[in-house]
Design a protein around this ligand. Structure first.
Ligand SMILES: O=C(O)CCC(=O)C(=O)O
Length: 321
């Protein structure tokens, strides 16, 4: 049975001041090996402390527990720009078939695009500082992972050099807090999923799950396997960018979070956090081997199209970069 591999990245984790070239290559190969079967890997000994993760989830819950009007004052792309709050059913990962059937995602989110972006300091004074702390750690870890992948894929410094602006002006990388409210009884209404099946439009995604599982990953034969949280690990998966770069040798895998059908799981809220590592503005992503089956992607246009497909009310002109 296919399972998602656990890769020990101690030798390139944040506990190491500067990983050696050999360690980057060896760990990178292990990660690529896992990606080639499932598109995902669990990373252990990564160096992002549990305390930092746990406190981020505590602060996030404090924000999501606020009144809807207080959160909507920071609504993403409406009151703010790329950083901000997305209400329930405001961003639907759900595929076209489900979307035609009126299925929406029962989730709310808060995204941070730049470390210096304004956060809801008036209603959640801890949120901004905490997001900046964990965002900085995620950025440092993703730089190590990109260097390891560059070594393993033989792409020189390509991945490293087109992700230099993570969480800075000119970057598309984003840190997202997710909250899936309890859906006991009729609370779910027309929302019938937590997060619809999708591939990420990122290069890589670091995913932190706070205790409650539910994430599923689609295998190449159409079976869905669980990606339950494993204490002490971070899940990493590849997105559409790596699929194009590797001409499909590594595939961005569909994943989803279903709404549990039975109690008490259905009545239990779920929290997660995703760090979407995305190329800097102005990047064109092309297959490393020039495979003509994969057209180069202008990432600026690509991400705008993706926003338009997941945000029902998105218009590029609504916000400034
Ligand atoms: O919450 C999760 O576990 C998955 C979230 C996810 O796939 C996404 O936001 O793209």
């Amino acid at each position: 049975m296919t399972t998602i591999r656990l890769v020990d990245i101690r030798k390139i984790g944040l506990g190491v001041p500067e990983p050696s070239r050999d360690d980057l290559l060896n760990v990178g190969r292990d990660i690529v090996d896992s990606f080639s079967s499932t598109g995902f890997a669990y990373l252990s000994n990564h160096g992002i402390s549990q305390q930092l993760q746990d406190y981020t989830f505590t602060v996030a819950k404090g924000f999501f527990d606020l009144d809807t009007e207080q959160k909507l004052a920071y609504e993403r792309f409406v009151r703010t720009g790329y950083t901000g709050y997305t209400p329930i059913a405001g961003d639907n990962s759900t595929n076209a078939t489900d979307s035609a059937a009126g299925v929406t995602d029962l989730k709310e989110c808060f995204d941070l695009r730049c470390l210096e972006d304004a956060c809801p300091d008036d209603v959640a004074p801890q949120l901004g500082p905490q997001l900046r702390r964990i965002g900085t750690a995620c950025r440092q870890l993703s730089e190590r992972l990109l260097a390891a992948l560059d070594a393993a894929l033989g792409s020189g410094q390509l991945l490293t050099s087109c992700h230099r602006r993570q969480l800075q002006p000119g970057g598309w990388t984003v840190l997202r807090l997710l909250h899936y409210p309890a859906a006991g009884g009729a609370a779910a209404g027309r929302c019938q999923t937590r997060c619809g099946a999708h591939t990420d439009f990122s290069t890589l995604t670091l995913l932190f799950q706070h205790g409650v599982g539910g994430l599923q990953v689609e295998m190449s034969d159409g079976r869905w396997i669980s990606a339950e949280p494993i204490p002490g690990t971070i899940l990493v998966n590849i997105g559409d960018v790596i699929e194009v770069m590797t001409s499909g040798r590594l595939r961005a895998t569909n994943h989803r979070v279903l709404l549990p059908t039975s109690e008490p799981a259905r009545g239990t809220a779920r929290q997660s956090m995703a760090f979407f590592v995305q190329p800097d503005q102005g990047t064109t992503v092309a297959p490393l081997d020039g495979d003509p089956r994969y057209q180069p992607i202008d990432f600026n246009s690509f991400i705008q199209d993706k926003f338009a497909s997941v945000y029902p009310t998105y218009k590029e002109s609504d916000w400034k970069c």
